[in-house]
Design a protein around this ligand. Structure first.
Ligand SMILES: C[S@@+](CC[C@H](N)C(=O)[O-])C[C@H]1O[C@@H](n2cnc3c(N)ncnc32)[C@H](O)[C@@H]1O
Length: 364
């Protein structure tokens, strides 16, 4: 598969308006448009480790030790605080103005979006009410929503440390994900007209899909009305799209949307936040929502990533303290679950040093 790889130079070719857009670097302070690579000479060279998953994940003694430490409340509180400080200081060292970006949102009119976004009858599954990412209310707070973009950029920077800029890191990470989707869909299906991005958060993945598939109707769906409010707020401030993105507040396991109405259902960085039962529920709903020949794409942490398998103990302990379902995610055999739900053509590719994209098709 032709993907952006380490040491590959990005061209600055102008973007085109069709799905085969070329790489484009934005000149804005924070990148907003990411387009896929067009070159076919790129080589994917992301390294896998020797193991199925890191030693600090799953049922190993090391994993149990870390789990026991985290479940002890006083230690958990210290870790949570530490994890948050590390996230913010690492971001700011990488020129991501975390506190400034959050303040900009918190002092804006974003709150006005809530009325048009929130569906009061939505029921939150129990797993969703856990603390996530060092926020006691998990994804259900304005602070989490205001800090999500900085956190997202920081994750991108960590994933592609060899990139010469944040912009380039973003192009590699999101560009390879889009390219993996496009290649899978082209191989097994036709045109992508309708896209559902489940777990769209503050809209980064949904806007990226809309930028790359401009003729498609994109819907971003999430359980957090706070995140969706930020997504809608930010989207209203950019130039209008030919196909505006729709935002839906719902549980991705039971969306209430029409069966067989999408060509692509995407989950970007959603599954590592979910227990296995929710992963299965989300896959079943995607299967119901896709037309025959439709593609599901799951982008997330790669258990086989060499870098992750070699992470220093302090870092993986901090990581586990903010991700309550990380172990369950690492233990889930995703390809197998996809086949059990009914998907075919299941394929996994490392799309950056830390992440993989798993694509599959609903049979015709
Ligand atoms: C890390 S964020 C996703 C980021 C985003 N897709 C991106 O690529 O930048 C994970 C998202 O999944 C959402 N989520 C988790 N479980 C969900 C569910 N059952 N239904 C809908 N959204 C869910 C969370 O609210 C959160 O916004």
């Amino acid at each position: 598969m032709a993907l952006y790889a380490p040491n590959q130079k990005l061209s600055l070719a102008p973007s085109t308006t069709n799905g085969n857009a070329r790489t484009r670097r934005t000149r804005t302070k924070h990148p907003t448009v990411v387009r896929m690579a067009a070159s076919s000479s790129d080589v994917a060279a992301y390294e896998e480790g020797q193991l199925e998953r890191p030693k600090w994940a799953g049922e190993t003694p090391l994993s149990r030790l870390v789990g026991a430490l985290i479940s002890f409340q006083p230690i958990f509180s210290v870790l949570k605080f530490g994890a948050r400080q590390v996230l913010i200081s690492t971001a700011e060292k990488n020129n991501i103005p975390w506190r400034e970006m959050a303040r900009e949102i918190l002092e804006s009119d974003v709150y006005k979006e809530m009325d048009s976004i929130q569906i009061p009858s939505v029921v939150y599954p129990d797993y969703y009410l856990n603390p996530f990412h060092a926020y006691d209310e998990g994804n259900l707070s304005w602070l989490a929503a205001a800090e999500a973009e900085a956190a997202n950029l920081s994750m991108t920077r960590r994933a592609i440390p060899y990139a010469s800029s944040l912009d380039e890191a973003n192009h590699i990470m999101r560009g390879n994900w889009v390219k993996a989707i496009e290649q899978h869909h082209q191989q097994y299906s036709g045109k992508i007209r309708d896209i559902l991005d489940i777990g769209c958060s503050i809209g980064v993945s949904a806007t990226c899909l809309s930028d790359n598939f401009p003729s498609a109707e994109v819907t971003g769906l999430d359980l957090s009305p706070y995140f969706l409010a930020v997504a809608q707020f930010k989207e209203k401030r950019r130039s209008p799209r030919d196909n505006p993105i729709g935002w839906v507040h719902a549980n991705g396991e039971d969306t209430g949307l029409t069966s067989k109405s999408f060509d692509l259902v995407s989950f970007a960085y959603v599954f590592h936040e979910c227990p296995e039962r929710a992963i299965i529920g989300l896959l079943r709903e995607a299967f119901r929502l896709l037309r025959p020949g439709g593609t599901v794409a799951v982008n997330d942490i790669a258990p086989k990533s060499k870098i992750l398998q070699e992470l220093p103990p302090v870092l993986f302990t901090l990581m586990k303290s903010t991700e309550p379902f990380l172990d369950e995610y690492f233990l889930t055999d995703l390809e197998r679950k996809m086949r059990e739900v009914g998907f075919v053509n299941v394929q996994t590719v490392l799309t950056d040093p830390r992440h993989q994209t798993v694509t599959a098709t609903v049979p015709h």
